[in-house]
Write a protein that binds this ligand. Structure first.
Ligand SMILES: [Cu+2]
Length: 242
């Protein structure tokens, strides 16, 4: 009978743990799919003729990057992140693994990225020609670095949360990327299939934001319990007349 008592205590303890938000395991997930409502527009290809070294790197027209669609009008390059509701005072360590951006074919790859405060940001120059990467950050100091053909790699960090700023090349005006800097790991960038997944959340009610570079942001309120999974889809629409 003594064991029964101990087991009861153990069960009661586990129940108490799971009901106590500060102690409950952060194991909940919000996922979903982003789609474009309406007819997809045709984007102009990127015109790289101004620098023959860039034009030479391509044998076919390079699609415009401002809108990436998958089958069924799913949307790529959407940054989805938590804008409200994270537990006050909880901190999240930054990974030591760098986020990597490459200057490749006179394009930034990837085009949209998220990174944590303090996490290394590694900038590659696979092209072996002059690029000048320039962040248009306003909360973080701008990072503005000419990378000649011989500079293959530079690493920097961003020390304050800032979502989301533009990155341009001062040599090639069509080169464009976007970076979000977060104090937590709860962000996700969609591939062309439009799918995002944010995991490891504490139980709670969150404001979740989906961002597109031309179409702005959409927000939704999502409540997750302990060990919960919720689906939150977003739809963007083009402004009338586009
Ligand atoms: Cu460039």
């Amino acid at each position: 009978m003594r064991w029964t008592g101990k087991r009861l205590c153990l069960v009661a303890g586990l129940v108490a743990l799971s009901m106590w938000p500060g102690i409950a395991f952060a194991a909940s997930t919000i996922s979903g799919t982003i789609t474009l409502d309406g007819k997809a527009p045709t984007l102009k290809p990127l015109a790289m003729d101004a620098d023959p070294a860039c034009a030479k790197k391509h044998t076919a027209p390079v699609p415009g990057e401002a809108l990436v669609l998958g089958s069924g009008n799913t949307m790529g390059n959407i940054m989805v992140y938590i804008t409200k509701g994270l537990p006050a005072g909880k901190t999240y360590p930054a990974p030591t693994t760098p986020v990597v951006i490459d200057q490749n074919g006179c394009q930034y790859k990837p085009h949209v990225m998220g990174i944590m405060v303090g996490q290394p940001y590694k900038i590659l120059n696979s092209d072996g020609i002059l690029h000048n990467i320039h962040t248009l950050s306003t909360i973080n100091p701008t990072f503005n670095k000419g990378m000649t053909a011989s500079i293959k790699e530079v690493t920097t960090t961003f020390n304050k949360p800032e979502a989301i700023f533009h990155i341009k090349c001062d040599v090639h005006p069509w080169m464009s990327a976007y970076l979000g800097v977060f104090s937590n790991p709860f962000f996700s960038v969609t591939a062309a299939d439009g799918k995002f997944k944010i995991s490891g959340l504490d139980p709670g009610t969150y404001e979740i934001t989906a961002w597109q570079e031309r179409l702005g942001t959409k927000t939704a309120s999502v409540t997750v319990g302990a060990n919960d999974t919720k689906t939150q889809d977003f739809k963007f629409a083009l402004p009338a007349g586009k």
